[in-house]
Design a protein around this ligand. Structure first.
Ligand SMILES: [Zn+2]
Length: 341
């Protein structure tokens, strides 16, 4: 990071701190690096996201709280932004120790309560999707083992305060509008402090990386969900459009530095997605390909752990082409192939 960027980040964090919102960057074992929790100095004392379920995350969180003159036991309200374990894994431990209320989007409540079983359902969903889109069976099996090994960084947690979309989460000095912005995950929730024009965006908008719209089983569906393939990127872009239209002075994301120019960043993301869709359009103009074959043509043989991520990436952009009538899909022997129109 350049000195100029560092200076800007310090100013943005000072702006947030003036608004009573403090960033706590908690370590994770994942490639994404640290996850941002935010302590809101208010009544109730509120923590937005918890970090993963690990001793290291808890230890560092305690140290960061201490620098603000606080401890875990002081937390009165814990807010969860979405269903990824780097954001909620530690929530049950924090809630038990502090007695804090736990708030999350109403549609996310059953997932958080039944985390272990819900993850099994998600794995089954991902497995079917990967096989259907041409990923070899041995890679699918290996990924399932990887997913199982990550399971322990999450833990189920009981939500005591379900939040309806568009409702208000009222603290003494902060009023946070609860906005559902699905796409990166089905449960992405952002919190808008309208009077200060600050948005807590979690993974909906991140400055240094494009938030992957991951394919996920729709919330609240049956374990053996076999309905239409969720169109995560289209959903995500529609959510970004809504955020783009907002007047915001500062966006506080779930990873990395704050964002001041959110509309310009969103425009940049839109351009990138259009470019990727065009590139994939060229590949399927050469010959019909499965999503896995498209991923291989774009990135070669990616690491097993990246197979689902790249599949989500390819299918998202194929959905853009399908929506625009530039591609068609046909299934042969259980594998879907895409061709250009
Ligand atoms: Zn996430």
């Amino acid at each position: 990071m350049s000195e100029e960027d560092e200076q800007r980040e310090r100013e943005q964090l000072a702006h947030a701190a003036d608004a009573g919102i403090h960033r706590l960057a908690i370590p994770t074992p994942f490639q994404v690096g640290r996850v941002n929790a935010y302590l809101i100095e208010d009544s109730p004392l509120t923590l937005v996201d918890s970090g993963p379920n690990s001793a290291k995350a808890l230890d560092e969180l305690e140290q960061m709280l201490a620098t603000l003159g606080r401890k875990v036991e002081d937390i009165e309200l814990l807010v969860i932004t979405h269903q990824h374990i780097d954001h909620f894994g530690l929530a049950s431990i924090l809630a038990r120790r502090s007695g804090a209320e736990v708030a999350a989007l109403d549609a996310l409540v059953p997932f958080l309560a039944g985390y272990g079983q819900q993850s099994d359902f998600d794995d089954a969903f991902a497995q079917n999707l990967m096989l259907r889109h041409g990923i070899p069976a041995d890679v699918v099996a290996a990924l399932r083992a990887v997913s199982a090994s990550f399971r322990g960084w999450g833990a189920s947690v009981e939500v005591t305060r379900p939040l309806a979309p568009d409702s208000e989460l009222q603290l003494r000095d902060h009023t946070l509008r609860v906005l559902h912005r699905p796409g990166h995950s089905p449960s992405d929730t952002v919190f808008h402090d309208e009077s200060r024009s600050i948005l807590l965006s979690a993974d909906h908008l991140i400055a240094h990386i494009s938030s992957n719209p991951l394919l996920a089983r729709p919330l609240g569906t049956e374990p053996d969900y076999s309905g239409p393939r969720p169109k995560a990127l289209l959903t995500y872009m529609a959510s970004l459009e809504q955020t783009r239209a907002m007047e915001l002075s500062l966006v506080l994301p779930g990873h990395g530095a704050p964002i001041s120019e959110h509309a310009a960043l969103i425009d940049k993301r839109f351009r990138m997605h259009r470019r990727r869709a065009d590139k994939i359009h060229r590949l399927i103009t050469e010959q019909p390909r499965s999503a896995h074959e498209i991923a291989q043509a774009l990135w070669g043989n990616v690491a097993v752990t990246q197979a689902f991520l790249t599949l989500s990436e390819v299918l998202g952009h194929v959905d853009l082409l399908l929506q625009d009538g530039r591609a068609s899909e046909a299934e042969l022997d259980g594998v879907v192939r895409f061709s250009s129109n």
